[in-house]
Design a protein around this ligand. Sequence first.
Ligand SMILES: *Cc1c(COP(=O)(O)O)cnc(C)c1O
Length: 479
Amino acid sequence: MKIARRGMTREAIFDRLAEFRNHDIKWQEGRTYGYIFDPGKEVLEVGKAAYTAFLSENGLDFTVFKSLLRLERELAAFGATHLRGDRRVVGNFTSGGTESILLAVKAARDCYRERRPEITVPEMVLPATAHAAFHKAAHYLGVRAVTVSVDPETFRADVERVRSAITGNTIMIVGSAPSYAHGVVDPIAEMAALAQEHELWMHTDACMGGFLLPYFRRLGEPVPDFDFTVPGVTSISLDLHKYAYTPKGASLVLYRNKAYRRHQIYACSRWIGYTIVNNAVQSSRSGGPMAAAWAVLNYVGDDGYLEMARKKLAAVRTIADGIERIDGLRLLTRPDMCLISFTSDEVNVFHIIDEMNRRGWYIQPSLSFDNSPAHIHLSVSASNVGWEHDLLDNLAECVRVARTLPEGELTALIKGGLQGVDLSTISDTQIMDMMAAAGVADGSLPGRMADINGVLDALPAPVREKVLTAFVNDMFSQP
Ligand SMILES: *Cc1c(COP(=O)(O)O)cnc(C)c1O
C-alpha cells in the first residue's frame, strides 16, 4: 500500500477518517462502561486545545523545552499532595498506567540489584487481581511474577498468602487501590507493614483510584489509607487519563523520595549522538498529553471533581442496588469505588453482553480466573451518569433473552474438538482453525462474541494467551 501520490484535500482526509470510525462504538452517547473517560464537551475542548498547543514540543529534552519541565514538575507535585506525601515525594509524568508500572518495577529491580546483588532472579508478589501490566513488566524486565489468590469473599489481597509467598528472592509486593476487576481496595497498610518487616519495595497501584478515592473519602466514604501516609509504601501509580478525565497518554508514577526514583532514570552515553537521559520509557514524546492534563486538572478544579465524584457515587449505588434486584444476577462484591463486577449463576454472562451490545451498550467481559468467575465489568464514569435506570432495564431484559439462547453450541463443539489436542503443543494453525470455526477469519470478528469468549473461558490461561497471540498476529496484517 502506498500513500496518496498527490496529497488529498483536507476535506477528503477528514471524510475518510470519519468513515474509518463508522463501526466504532458510539461512546459519545454515554452508554460505554469502559475505555472511555469522557468529561463532556466543554472540558474535552479545553483538553484538545492544550494538547494541540503543545503537540510539537518534545519532552526528550527539558533543557530546551523548559515549559515541559515546568508542567511535569507541577503535575508530579500535584500527585504528591493529592496522595498526602511530604516534600520529599517525587514523580514523573508517563504515557499511562502501564508505563508507570513498568517504571516502578524497573526502579525496584535496579534498587535491589544494588541492595541485594546476590539475587539473580528477583521476585514480585502479586495478588491475582494485580493488573496485567505487572506481568508485562515482569516479562519485559526479567522479574519473576509470583501470583497469590485473593480472598474468595472480598476479592481483596490475602495478606497471609502474600506473606507465605515471600522468599529470599522477593524484592517487591504490589497492592491495588482499587483492583480493576472487582473495584476493591487491598489492605495496603498491612501489606506495607509486611514489606517493611521483610525490607521489600511496596507499590500501590492506584491507577484507577489514586485520583478519585481521595474525593470519595471527602464525601464520607470509608476509604482505607493507601497513599504516602502509609509507612512502607515506596511508590504509587496514578492515572490521570481515567478519573481525572484528561486526554489519553497521561499518568503519574510517584516515589517516597529521590533515593528510590533514581533507579527509574535511564542515562546513556555510550553511543555517538545526543545525550540521553530519560525519566520515562519513551524518549521523544509530545508535550500534548502533559499540557492537556495540566489544563484539564486546572479547568475542572477541585470543586468540579468533588461534584463529579458525588454524582458517580450516587450512580454506582443505584446500579449496584439495581443489579442485586435483577433476578439471575449477583454482584461479586460491593465495590469501593466506581468499578462494578457482577455475574450470573444461571445465565451465560457472555450472552448478556452480546445482547446489551446489540442494544448499543458496551459492558466488558471478564474471563474466569483462579477464584473469580467469568463476569461482567462496568467502569462507571462521568458520561454514564444519568443512564442508570436505562442500563438496569436493559440488563433485566437481556438476562431474560439470554435465558432463551442456546448454550454455546460452538463452544461445546470446539471444547469437544480440543479433547484430543495436547494444549501445551497446540500450533498456531490448529488455533486459527478453531477460531475460524468460531467465526473469526481474515481479521474480522463475528457479531456475537459469546462463542469466542466461551472458548477462551474454557481454556487454561497459557493456552488463552497463545490463542490471543495467534489471533492478533493474524489480524494485524496488510489490509
Ligand atoms: C488501567 C489500569 C492500569 C493500566 O493502565 P493503562 O493506562 O491502560 O496502561 C493499571 N492498573 C490498574 C488498576 C488499572 O485500572
